[in-house]
Ligand binder design. Structure first.
Ligand code: SF4
Length: 182
């Protein structure tokens, strides 16, 4: 039987797509989970044409709407002189959202302004300070389109109980889909 297709932030598989030209290889994803799933890797920032390496970006809360902005340096980020890149990022992942209909789950990179799920720092435009955490723009759009899709943050998988429940959830989601679309 074909393994369930699972979307994943490309950098977690060791692909050098991060803003600094590096990756965030997760051995849990490649060693423990790869036997259960067929991965469909995706990097929304590369898909949007930002290039690698690139300036780091942050999510800034501006009039209550998170938007993606370039920052020269994440530590010095003021939130005042940024350029809104949300539209450019969305243009890069729109087709991917349609293709995600084939997925049974998604594994996200923690804290990313594009891929994080509930862990991404949100900066306040007026002060440049972190006000709260939220989700990256790609993952927010994915959740909006597929609210039932099981999504997990890579750091959650370090908990054995969550890891095993995640495998069970994805397997159940996959069988439900197969029954609905024989
Ligand atoms: S946009 Fe997502 S996949 Fe790309 S480097 Fe950042 S966290 Fe990884």
């Amino acid at each position: 039987m074909q393994k369930p297709k699972v979307g994943i932030s490309s950098c977690l598989l060791g692909q050098s797509v991060r803003y600094d030209g590096g990756h965030c290889h997760s051995s849990i994803c490649t060693d423990t989970l790869q036997t259960h799933f067929q991965y469909i890797p995706f990097c929304p920032e590369v898909a949007a044409g930002f290039g690698t390496p690139r300036a780091p970006m942050n999510l800034v809360v501006n009039l209550s709407t998170p938007q993606l902005e370039y920052a020269e340096n994440i530590e010095d980020y003021s939130g005042k002189a940024g350029v809104d890149l949300s539209g450019k990022l969305a243009d890069g992942f729109l087709t991917k959202l349609d293709q995600a209909a084939e997925l049974n789950s998604y594994i996200t990179k923690s804290r990313s302004p594009s891929c994080g799920r509930g862990t991404t720092p949100l900066y306040t435009a007026s002060t440049g300070l972190i006000s709260e955490t939220g989700s990256g723009l790609f993952i927010s759009a994915l959740v909006e389109r597929y609210p039932q899709l099981p999504i997990v943050d890579e750091t959650e998988l370090e908990d054995r109980v969550i890891l095993e429940r995640f495998i069970a959830d994805v397997t159940a989601y996959n069988s439900l889909r197969n029954k609905s679309n024989p």
